[in-house]
Design a protein around this ligand. Sequence first.
Ligand code: ARG
Length: 248
Amino acid sequence: MKSLVRCSAVLAMSLALCGCPRSESDTLKMATHVSFPPYELVRNGEIVGVDVEICRAVADRLGLDFSVESMEFDAVLPAVVSGKADIAASGITITDERKRNVAFSEPYASAGLVVLYRKAVPYKSEKQLKAGKIGVQNGTTAEKFMREEIGKEPKCYRTFDDAVAALKADECDFVLEDAAPANAVATKDAELQVSKAITYEEYAVAVRKGSDILLKTVNDVIREAKADGRLARWSAEFSSSAKELGRR
Ligand code: ARG
């Protein structure tokens, strides 16, 4: 009976993934980019975090095995579009541009961009974003904000960690990034501080367009995890892991 349930879940997933029966895989493959605490970070050599828990719960619900792969942030959504991965979660902000390529779940967290700065070079107003050298991570909403709202070319780094290292080395004046990872860095580094949020954004899980059963399952899992307190617990657990690990 169990295998029948599993079989039909796999069939449902196959249908969900490409709209036609497909039996090659009984693993839900997640694409992400570490590190971005508390959403994804490496703990004891393993990728963990809020996003991982959400996707793992989706796999469990569908009776599928689960795997997670970290890649460049700007490769995460293309991985879902091409079929390399089934599901993407990486603190991904919902944007109209991204909605053209993937289907987003309901939001599971609110977020916003903040300016990370050295206390020695305080950040006071958005004018400084226009004047200074601003570090961002490739392919993020911070990069888009700099180009479209500030009208200025940012300095793009592969990872947030690289952008922060550049800030500390005085290669850029400020780093624009999401509040959660920025706060995780600033609480551990007495030299750094974080501004108030300058945007309002929402994170969601992305799947291939037409993956309706998968998307419905993701939404069910998000709703339930919000209601029963798991989402808040995951967030607390992985925020404190990030602190203990001394890494972002
Ligand atoms: N929320 C921002 C965006 O969607 C940044 C996400 C970066 N995520 C990460 N895992 N580094 O563009």
